[in-house]
Design a protein around this ligand. Structure first.
Ligand code: GLN
Ligand code: ZN
Length: 759
């Protein structure tokens, strides 16, 4: 039997984020272009060597980038918007980074989420630009790998279908003619690879998994038909990931030599389809058996069974074992995580460990598990030890989960009745003003926290420092004239980490960074065990803040779905169950706040939309449990306790029912950049609860005028009742400085006062 291993993409950032540091040094002017290029080549080469040393047969080339692979593709094809005054030829570094980050003359290109991951890509703006192949990046990467490391690499290219689906600047109804414009440059790119003697090219078409209609299938077969007849000499691996590829029969009819499928995140549909349809004699299966985006070690026995099943379905020599997706979405290596306890550390597999898993799996498949030796038995033992950890199956958490079924599903009484009682209690003015939670995290605040973490500042002194910040912020808010106050979140680094550190079931890696966009990396918390409440997390600060003022102060928590979606999550329980565990823990925090007199509580859920499944048909189920998790955390409070929530900017039009079902008394939403579309959607669905539509953008230091904010308020008031409308900025103010925060909030209060007189 001849089975190979392949990889789909490797993290760029480097084991110690060397890549990120080099980029930032260049942007800051600390190193020049030559040095940046040298650093980048070093990173690229070290990534290649690691894959080579891991024994991977087909190593991807061209997945490496200076910023983002979508941006690379756009620039390679000369897709540069006019505002950058580009005049053809290979784009220089300045232009490339200007598109990513903006410059003094032109705004950056839009950035958006890469499918259902936390990676963000730069959105190509195609317009009527005629594409040209300005430079063949995959070819350059192929030559680099060959000359520097003797690797006969597998160039990775974003497929035309996916590239267009993710771009903007044309109507979707014109996609066929836009595709025709691009076909010659794709042909040229592949022909150059063919001439170079490249055997396999991986063409990424993840957009396929979001669902194919008749016209999509026709477009795909036109694209791949054209590529095949023009470039018969290279083998194309049409690569899908993140979900099942449906209908698979349509993909299997395409004239490509291989199809890559995800067997981890497909809900079992890919295997089921292959068993039903049979696998075509002439095609190679790229079998995504190792989880490319989760961080857990695989169960070797399960994977071997899967590989054997696939091997039996596919002709001899036509099976390639690979990760389910690019490893871009996981950290580089577990090696530096020596602080974690061994049972946990040994259960983790980041990029390098996943490559080792692939090689081991191939060995076991070809030669039997005995040949895989102690590595095999070691993997099984490590997994066993991890599974047996008592904190992963806690009786108390199981008890709470069993009680879920009997918990009230909604608050009672319903909103209308509650709203009356709340108005009696709170006596808020019409159009109340508030903020979203955080105030500026100044260098002073960050330094104090750092010193405290290092032990240079005692707990007592640090607490005192935080109290002073809170007291100043309360005085500030009273002086400005806000109606509902916040404590300011000075004690928090980050809205998920803060809670993860205080709840049971989380762990924090030392070096578990993943790229979020450009040089920006995040280190998500890891939910490895049952989540449980241990002690109040926010009560101290909230109670102190409330003690300083007669005005209401909102308690401030991060919601269950956001905590879930911004963490790496254990894979032995459903996400739904983990969300409920978090919700049950937060529920105790909510009750703790209420019992100490904090009776307005905001539970932020900015990341609900991020968890939306890629396939339309799965969305209702997700939204049902996500909304229920939010309600479980909040629905036990007294009717006079006012529950707030907050969401950042996103497409809401298809989610307003779900938002309404969350049953929060007040929701604040980022809107200042949505030009009124959002207001229209809320009007359409006759949203009846409290609604704070952000009246100014907090992403820039610009101070909007009173008139500007009044215009926004008036526009909203044309369709919404003044009784339901709240006035607040778009989001938290932690990234802002105090001077613009003060000026903007003063203008906001003035705008609210004017609007009140007219309402
Ligand atoms: N309460 C948080 C803050 O103000 C909300 C942040 C967010 O939605 N991303 O910082
Ligand atoms: Zn926000």
């Amino acid at each position: 039997m001849n089975t190979r291993t392949s990889n789909l993409g490797y993290p760029r950032i480097g084991a110690n984020r060397e890549w990120k540091k080099a980029l930032e040094a260049y942007w800051a002017g600390r190193i020049g272009e030559e040095q940046l290029r040298a650093e980048m080549e070093r990173s690229q080469l070290s990534n290649l060597r690691k894959q080579q040393e891991a024994g991977i047969d087909l190593i991807p080339v061209g997945d490496f980038t200076y910023y983002d692979h979508m941006l690379d593709t756009a620039v390679m094809f000369g897709i540069v918007p006019q505002r950058y005054r580009y005049d053809g030829g290979p784009a220089g570094l300045d232009l490339y980074f200007a598109m990513a980050r903006g410059n003094s003359r032109a705004a950056a290109c839009e950035m958006t989420k890469w499918f259902n991951t936390n990676y963000h890509y730069i959105v190509p703006e195609i317009g009527d630009i005629q594409p040209v192949l300005t430079e063949n990046k995959p070819l350059a990467a192929y030559r680099f790998a060959k000359s520097q490391a003797g690797i006969d690499g597998k160039p990775v290219v974003i497929g035309l279908y996916t590239f267009l689906k993710l771009s903007k600047g044309f109507a979707l109804s014109e996609i066929r003619s836009v595709a025709e414009r691009f076909l010659p440059v794709y042909v040229q790119l592949l022909q150059e690879l063919e001439r170079e003697g490249v055997a396999w090219v991986q063409i990424d078409e993840p957009a396929v998994v979001t669902g194919l209609r008749e016209e999509d299938i026709r477009l795909l077969s036109d694209i791949y038909g054209a590529l095949h007849s023009a470039v018969p000499g290279v083998s194309i691996m049409l690569q899908t990931y993140f979900e099942s590829a449906e209908p698979l029969e349509a993909l299997l009819k395409l004239p490509v030599q291989g199809v890559g499928l995800d067997f981890v995140h497909d809900g079992g549909a890919n295997l089921e389809a292959i068993e039903r349809l049979g696998w075509p004699e002439d095609k190679t299966l790229g079998a995504g058996v190792i989880d490319g985006r989760g961080i857990w070690r695989c169960d070797p026995e399960d994977k071997l069974a899967l590989a054997q099943r696939l091997a039996a379905l596919v002709p001899e020599g036509k099976l390639i074992l690979q990760p389910s997706s690019s490893l871009l979405h996981v950290p580089v290596t577990v090696r530096s995580e020596e602080r974690l306890k061994p049972e946990v550390r040994n259960a983790l597999a980041f990029a390098d460990e996943k490559l080792a898993e692939l090689t081991l799996l191939k060995r076991a498949l070809l030669e039997g598990r005995e040949a895989a030796g102690t590595q095999w038995t070691g993997a099984k033992a490590a997994l066993d030890a991890f599974r047996k950890l008592p904190e992963r199956s806690r009786a108390d958490v199981a008890g709470l989960e069993r009680g879920l079924a009997d918990l009230p599903d909604h608050r009672s009484p319903g909103y209308t009745e509650r709203a009356k009682r709340q108005q009696d209690k709170w006596r808020l003015p019409l159009l109340p003003t508030t903020t979203i939670g955080s105030f500026p995290q100044t260098p002073e605040v960050r330094q104090a926290r750092l010193k405290w973490r290092k032990g240079e500042l005692s707990q007592e002194r640090y607490d005192e420092f935080i109290r002073r910040q809170i007291a100043d912020s309360i005085a500030f808010q009273e002086e400005i004239g806000l109606d509902v106050l916040v404590h300011g979140e000075f004690e928090r680094t980050d809205m998920v980490e803060f809670f993860g550190e205080k709840l049971d079931g989380f762990l924090f890696t030392k070096n578990g960074w993943v790229q979020s966009y450009g040089s920006r990396c995040v280190k998500p918390p890891v939910i490895y065990a049952d989540v449980a409440f241990t002690e109040p997390m926010t009560v101290k600060e909230s109670v102190y803040a409330q003690s300083l003022t007669k005005l209401p102060v909102k308690g401030m928590l991060t919601g269950p779905v956001t905590i879930l979606n911004w963490s790496f999550v254990r894979d032995d329980l459903s996400r739904e169950r983990v969300a409920y565990q978090i919700a049950l823990a937060l529920r105790q925090e909510v009750l703790a706040l209420e019992s100490t007199g904090v009776e307005m509580i905001q539970v932020d859920e900015p990341a609900v939309r991020e968890g939306l499944p890629l396939k339309e048909k799965d969305r209702t189920h997700y939204l049902d449990w996500a909304v229920r998790a939010f309600r479980i955390s909040t629905n036990l409070v007294r009717d006079t306790t006012q529950i707030h929530t907050h969401m950042c900017y996103c497409e809401f039009s298809d989610m307003i029912d779900a938002i309404s079902d969350m049953d929060a008394d007040v929701i604040s939403i980022e809107t200042s950049r949505s030009h009124g579309e959002l207001i229209a959607s809320f009007e359409e669905m006759r949203y009846d609860k409290g609604l704070g539509l952000g009246v100014y953008d907090i992403h820039s230091p610009r101070v909007p005028s009173v008139e500007e904010m009044e215009t926004g308020i008036n526009r909203a008031l044309r369709v919404l009742h003044p009784e339901q409308f709240w006035i607040n900025p778009d989001c938290g103010l932690k990234t802002r400085g105090w001077s613009e925060t003060e000026a903007s909030l003063r203008n906001m209060v003035a705008a609210a006062e004017d609007a009140r007189k007219k309402a």
